[in-house]
Design a protein around this ligand. Structure first.
Ligand SMILES: Cc1cc2nc3c(=O)[nH]c(=O)nc-3n(C[C@H](O)[C@H](O)[C@H](O)COP(=O)(O)OP(=O)(O)OC[C@H]3O[C@@H](n4cnc5c(N)ncnc54)[C@H](O)[C@@H]3O)c2cc1C
Length: 469
């Protein structure tokens, strides 16, 4: 292998940037790392904007502090690596609510993304089916099987638990429906327990016991200066050359590495590298893989995505409840899917002038037509619905922002993990210096994507001949 190595990271989201940092830390000194990002800014779904003179998240808002085993999450470890650990802050108000019959009810504790481990604790919002979660003498899910979260929970706890608890909570993350989403990919800890336990209550409790949380330990964190500080620090630490407005349009295997076709069709640039981390969503990845690895492209490209819009408003002196926000079951017939009271939830965002920042997310998988509406229309509907749910007319906003995220949230169907494993095995066998990373493959969320990028970097290092450190 020629020295120094040349590695291209395609996609400047958090997965690509985590890969770049790991390459810098573990690949031989002098390795040339270049990040190609098609848009004008890095970070992908991490985007800190500004409203009322303070940083506000227009994309992802926070990260899980722990991974499903209970260990420190990869997002926290990356923040630490980048010298940002002391900037991590936690919600000052953690309690959120569900909208049930038009009003707010606190989300019951003790669930795993809405799936209860104690049925008595959820009766304030949903009536679990009586006696359906019986021991049938075998594990809930077979060794290689996958099911939808909705199908499993419906069969054990009945429809109301799915519609009023699991759907809005999973929907808060994926903008999709529990009936369509893979247990193995969206709730891996529960899937592992369900391969052993004979009841769903038993599986939830086993999953919770496998990742014990110290009493009072925070579940979520964010960075006081905004998540874009993570992006900026990762770029600096990686020492990568960053190419913005540089879409990679084609990948060609050269025999010793890869040729990238970068930039506009009329004025393309050809770049030769030894290895590629492909950290773009599944659809663009499938297009790039179609030439060198058509079978892999087919396996990757089937993933569907949901679109959402985030409507943020600055409200003067509104009367808000002491809640971090609320989630809305689709059965409530509202456009709003979830709302976050930023200035209540996060102590570091509270303001002496009484201005409140409220963000609502709009858009569920299959309801993209609503997102065709103009920004002002979405904002007016959100304002009206917020007032109705809170039972008090909210003051007119003094500022606001609508951020649209088209095709942003993967809808992992049952079988996703097996399909992806097969695609990766095929890719590794023919093209070990081309590795997939990010939410299109390993799951939604900053910690998962950081880990995915780091794992991709390690694979590249192995494929190119091992670490020099
Ligand atoms: C609205 C929203 C809110 C979220 N909130 C949270 C949250 O609070 N907490 C949490 O943990 N997770 C959250 N998530 C999920 C999390 O943000 C994502 O899972 C994660 O950021 C995805 O990172 P990624 O690097 O895999 O992909 P992306 O962020 O999608 O980055 C991929 C990058 O590749 C670029 N690209 C695409 N094609 C090409 C090409 N051909 N050439 C060059 N570049 C290309 C794109 O422009 C993009 O910048 C949220 C997601 C959304 C959409």
């Amino acid at each position: 292998m020629r020295q120094p190595w040349r590695v291209a990271v395609v996609g400047g989201g958090i997965a690509g940037l985590a890969a770049a940092v790991r390459l810098r830390d573990r690949a031989p000194a002098g390795t040339e790392i270049t990040v190609y990002e098609q848009s004008g800014s890095l970070g992908g779904k991490l985007r800190t904007g500004e409203l009322a003179g303070q940083p506000v998240e227009f994309g992802a808002e926070s990260f899980l502090m722990r991974d499903p085993t209970g260990a420190e999450s990869a997002a926290v470890a990356l923040a630490r690596r980048l010298g940002l650990a002391e900037k991590i802050v936690h919600p000052t108000v953690g309690q959120a609510a569900l909208v049930i019959d038009g009003g707010l009810r606190p989300i019951p504790g003790g669930t795993l993304v809405g799936v209860p481990g104690d049925l008595d604790r959820v009766t304030t919002v949903a009536r679990p089916a009586a006696d359906a979660d019986t021991d049938g003498g075998r594990p809930l899910v077979g060794p290689d099987a996958d099911v939808s979260v909705g199908a499993l929970v419906r069969s054990r706890f009945g429809d109301e638990v799915v519609e009023r608890l699991v759907d809005p909570m999973l929907g808060g993350v994926y903008a999709g429906r529990a009936d369509d989403l893979s247990l193995v990919t969206t709730m891996p800890a529960l899937a592992r327990a369900a391969r052993v336990e004979h009841t769903l209550v038993g599986a939830v409790r086993a999953a919770q016991a496998a990742a014990p949380r110290a009493p009072g330990a925070p579940v979520f964190g964010t960075l006081a200066g905004g998540l874009s500080t993570l992006v900026e620090a990762a770029v600096t630490a990686s020492g990568a050359t960053v190419r913005r407005d540089a879409a990679v349009r084609e990948l060609t295997a050269t025999g010793t590495g890869w040729r990238l076709t970068v930039g506009p069709t009329r004025d393309p640039e050809m770049v030769d590298v030894d290895a590629v981390v492909l950290a773009v969503p599944a659809r663009p990845a499938a297009r790039l893989l179609a030439g060198p690895a058509p079978v892999v492209a087919a396996g990757v490209g089937v993933l569907d995505y949901a679109s959402v819009a985030l409507v943020t408003m600055v409200l003067p002196q509104p009367r808000l409840p002491e809640l971090s926000g609320f989630l809305v079951p689709s059965t409530e017939g509202l456009l709003i899917k979830a709302a976050t009271f930023f200035t209540t939830k996060w102590g570091h965002l509270r303001r002496p002038d009484g201005l409140a920042l409220v963000r609502a997310s709009v858009g569920r998988y299959g309801e993209e037509a609503h997102l065709q509406r103009p920004d002002a229309d979405l904002a007016a509907t959100v304002h009206r619905e917020l007032s109705a749910v809170l039972g008090t007319p909210l003051p007119a906003p003094v500022d606001g922002h609508v951020q649209r995220w088209g095709g942003a949230l993967p809808q992992y169907a049952p079988g996703h993990a097996a399909r992806l494993a097969a695609a990766r095995t095929a890719l590794r066998a023919t093209h070990p210096t081309l590795v997939l990373a990010g939410a299109g493959y390993d799951g939604v969320g900053i910690p998962v994507c950081v880990r995915s990028g780091e794992t991709a970097a390690e694979e590249i290092i192995t494929a190119l001949g091992g670490s020099a450190r």
